[in-house]
Design a protein around this ligand. Structure first.
Ligand code: CO
Length: 216
């Protein structure tokens, strides 16, 4: 049975190519020449949150990085490289950090359980909890507290994006990229824009994390 499902995805691919070519014979040639996406999307690896589909964007329109619990970690060379490449070379106009209600990674970080190699990764979420402990502990309902932690995690990851030198420098010089925080709702497919005040957040981050002055 598993083999059938594996073969099926390759057949799906051939059918997709045929459909695309029928609609637009130059499609793949044109797409292979360049990519000029306006968006960098940083989201959760969760299989139910496909970046292009929820944004209604075609191949070539969004540069994507995904990991468990949509974290932007300073020492994660993968995510940091994606941000640098997207800002410096692709010159994206928007960076979106997209979390989602029902996130298993955030739920795991709320449990008293040894998750093995995930402990270090998910500690980033526990750090978000610690930063916002007073607000979170005041929420009596466990599900409401879980949902709020998901939102706060997105806000903190947006702050982590803004802390990078490449984002600070490029924004001050070129007024891009703007960083946005979203939470996707698995139950209805709707994206909630947390409407993070970008300029204010950048200004407050620069009080401590300013990195752009050295080569002015
Ligand atoms: Co998730």
């Amino acid at each position: 049975m598993d083999d059938d499902r594996y073969q099926k995805v390759l057949e799906n691919n051939r059918r997709w190519v045929a459909t695309r070519n029928a609609q637009d014979p130059g499609y793949f040639v044109r797409l292979s020449a360049d990519q000029t996406p306006d968006f960098l999307y940083i989201g959760c690896s969760d299989s139910r949150v496909p970046a292009n589909e929820i944004m209604g964007l075609e191949p070539g329109e969004v540069f994507v990085h995904r990991n468990i619990a949509n974290l932007v970690v300073n020492t994660d060379i993968n995510c940091q490289s994606v941000i640098q490449y997207a800002v410096e070379h692709l010159r994206v106009r928007h960076i979106v950090v997209c979390g989602h209600y029902g996130c298993g990674g955030v739920a795991a970080a709320m449990q008293a359980a040894d998750m093995g190699i995930l402990n270090g990764w998910l500690r980033e979420v526990r750090d978000v909890y610690r930063l916002h402990k007073d607000e979170l502990n005041a929420i009596a309902d466990t599900d409401a507290r879980y949902r709020r932690l998901i939102e706060l995690n997105v806000s903190e990851q947006c702050a982590n994006v803004i802390k990078t030198a490449v984002v600070q420098k490029h924004y001050l010089r070129h007024h891009r990229p703007v960083v946005h925080g979203w939470v996707y709702d698995l139950r209805n497919g709707i994206i909630k824009d947390l409407e993070i005040p970008f300029e204010q957040t950048l200004a407050s981050i620069q009080e401590i994390y300013r990195l752009d002055a050295a080569d002015e």
